[in-house]
Structure formats: structure tokens, C-alpha cells
Design a protein around this ligand. Structure first.
Ligand code: AMP
Ligand code: ZN
Length: 113
């Protein structure tokens, strides 16, 4: 997926402010943060979205949740946090590489717009 922004970040062809990496996932600060802590967690494998993922692809979501929990603790989000996975046009997805937003550090409103 040569033209995929997050694949380029995973490969190092595009810079990012990395906060965590292992063999399966990369986490980095969102460039346009919506909260004091706004981290994106992405699988290293190109998966377009929840809707575009195979059942096997979705196994990565458990590891991403585990990573989000660890990062929330690292960033001391002791009062809570939000994990968001925008999917498709109506879901507000703008980058077609599966990613989980981890947001925290302020009181977040509900429902989102
Ligand atoms: P979504 O709208 O759910 O697809 O989220 C895509 C997110 O990627 C947005 O919050 C953007 O601010 C973020 N983003 C776009 N380009 C970059 C980049 N080069 N580095 C970090 N975050 C980015
Ligand atoms: Zn990709």
C-alpha cells in the first residue's frame, strides 16, 4: 500500500512522534490533537478499516486494546479515557488504515458530533 499514509509512517518513510512500538503495532501522537493526550495506535499490517478487515485481521484488535490500556497508564489517565475507531464515511474515517484513537487528559463530551 505505497500511497497509504500510515503505512509510510510504519515504514519510517514519513516521520511521526512515536510513543510505542512492537512487532505488531505502532503508536504515535496525532498531528491534530483533540485532547491533551491523543495517540493513534495502528497495526503494522495494512488493514483498511473494521469494515474491511477479515475475521483473522480483527485478532489484532485485542492487542491494540492491550496497548491502549498500557499507554493510558503510561500517560496517567487515571480519571478515564476514550478509545475511538472511526469507520467509513459516516464514521468520519479520513485515513484508510485501521487506527484506534486514544484520547484523554480532559473531560470528554458525549455524544460526539
Ligand atoms: P480518522 O479521522 O479517524 O481517520 O483519523 C485520522 C487521524 O490521523 C486524524 O486525527 C489526523 O489528525 C491524524 N493524522 C493525519 N496525518 C497525520 C500524521 N502525519 N501524523 C499523525 N497523525 C496524523
Ligand atoms: Zn496502510
Amino acid at each position: 500500500m505505497n500511497d497509504c499514509l500510515f503505512c509510510k509512517i510504519v515504514s519510517g518513510d514519513m516521520p511521526s512522534a512515536k510513543v510505542y512500538e512492537d512487532d505488531q503495532v505502532l503508536a504515535f501522537h496525532d498531528i491534530d490533537k483533540k485532547a491533551p493526550v491523543h495517540v493513534l495506535i495502528v497495526p503494522k499490517k495494512h488493514i483498511t478499516s473494521v469494515a474491511g478487515a477479515s475475521d483473522a485481521d480483527l485478532d489484532i484488535c485485542t492487542h491494540i486494546m492491550r496497548t491502549a490500556k498500557k499507554l493510558a497508564a503510561d500517560f496517567k489517565l487515571t480519571d478515564g479515557f476514550r478509545i475511538v475507531v472511526n469507520t467509513g464515511k459516516d464514521g468520519g474515517q479520513t485515513v484508510d488504515h485501521l487506527h484506534f484513537h486514544l484520547l484523554g487528559g480532559r473531560s470528554l463530551t458525549w455524544p460526539p458530533g
